[in-house]
Design a protein around this ligand. Sequence first.
Ligand code: SF4
Length: 60
Amino acid sequence: MPKFIVDENLCSGCGTCEAMCPQCFKVEDDFKSHVLKDSCDECDPDEVVADCPMGAISYE
Ligand code: SF4
């Protein structure tokens, strides 16, 4: 299973990742996305990575 990583230096807080997978990502009061869950069965990790406009998400 992949493990998502958000680079907080790149994240703009746009919320795209949270909209795609609220189980895995949440934009907090600091306007950065935080990983709630390493991964889940409901999102496609490659799609989530590709749709981040800042290139801030990766997984290992
Ligand atoms: S999609 Fe990318 S830039 Fe937008 S909140 Fe998520 S990690 Fe941050």
